[in-house]
Write a protein that binds this ligand. Structure first.
Ligand SMILES: NC(=O)c1ccc[n+]([C@@H]2O[C@H](COP(=O)([O-])OP(=O)(O)OC[C@H]3O[C@@H](n4cnc5c(N)ncnc54)[C@H](OP(=O)(O)O)[C@@H]3O)[C@@H](O)[C@H]2O)c1
Length: 280
């Protein structure tokens, strides 16, 4: 089975590298195209056998699954290029949240899925957000989920939930890293521990917390209760977080949704009257 990647920038190449490392795909089964040739050439040098093609149409031809890893505003151009080369047995996978499955179904004869990945897949973890179009059969879904399971935990959701789920699963690593950074800066400033050591401790703590919440059988409340004994140090810290953080996530969600709606409006202009749904 050949799998194509159109767009080998940050996410396209991350997915290729992760699939190769997991053994789910061999270089010979991957075909890649990118607007500028330098990125695909580099991939071919690193992974002998990986097919690099000069056009997106060539990438589509003979591929069972085609990952579209371009930015939202580049979608209409790519779709216009490849649509005549696609048939109803092929599966196109959009990795970008604002491009709607229904639009891609109207513009191409292919089966359509949206799978929003996360940088965490480069270390074979995190959730991949899966939304399936009407033409996707159970066997197609199985195929996609087998592939995505090799680098992530597939999570099926409604398209209207894509934005908020992407905030958590996909933008989340940046949000968490930012908070850790602020914490480490304060730690250095107020106590003298080096920022580097504080970051090392914090990173291991995040890893362990994630494990406790996924495989360790803890809920968030149980974890808070277990660590925070009444009258203890953790309780003092939690009280500060309660007063400072409440409301922050409301504003964060409002901001990401506002930007998403702006991107959707730009896409509506590019795709014309076909584009429809807005995020709730
Ligand atoms: N970054 C994340 O953590 C993340 C997570 C989930 C989803 N996403 C989504 O993934 C998508 C891609 O993001 P990215 O960070 O990978 O962007 P990126 O690094 O800019 O990569 C996009 C790639 O698409 C190529 N491209 C543009 N137009 C093309 C065309 N007509 N034909 C072939 N290739 C074309 C670009 O080529 P050039 O080399 O010529 O510029 C570039 O290499 C975005 O929609 C983003 O929302 C990102």
């Amino acid at each position: 089975m050949r799998v194509a990647f159109i767009g080998t920038g940050s996410m396209g190449s991350l997915l290729i590298e992760a699939f190769l490392r997991s053994g789910a795909l061999l270089p010979q089964s991957i075909c890649a195209s990118n607007r500028s040739q330098s990125k695909t050439k580099l991939l071919a040098q690193r992974h002998p056998g990986l097919h690099v093609v000069r056009s997106n149409v060539e990438a589509v031809q003979g591929s069972k699954i085609i990952f579209l890893c371009v930015k939202p505003l580049d979608f209409s151009k790519v779709i216009a290029e490849i649509t005549d080369a696609l048939d109803e047995k092929q599966i196109i996978v959009s990795i970008t949240s604002p491009v709607e499955v229904g639009i891609l179904e109207q513009l191409t004869p292919a089966k359509v899925a949206k799978i929003v990945p996360s940088i965490t897949h480069s270390v074979h973890s995190g959730s991949s957000l899966c939304i399936y179009g009407k033409r996707i059969r159970p066997e197609d879904r199985l195929l996609l989920e087998q592939l995505m399971s090799s680098i992530s935990t597939p999570f099926t959701l409604k398209e209207t939930e894509t934005r908020i789920a992407s905030d958590i699963a996909s933008c989340g690593p940046a949000f968490m890293a930012y908070m850790l950074q602020l914490w480490a800066e304060s730690a250095e400033e107020l106590t003298g521990i080096s920022r580097e050591d504080a970051l090392k401790l914090g990173s291991q703590m995040l890893l362990g917390t994630g494990k406790l919440l996924t495989e360790g059988g803890f809920t968030t409340n149980q974890l808070i209760d277990r660590v925070s004994v009444p009258g203890g140090v953790t309780a003092q810290g939690l009280a500060v977080l309660e007063s400072g953080l409440r409301g922050v996530f409301d504003r964060l969600i409002e901001a990401t949704h506002r930007k998403y709606d702006e991107d959707l409006s730009k896409l509506h202009t590019l795709f014309g009257p076909l584009s429809s749904t807005k995020n709730p």
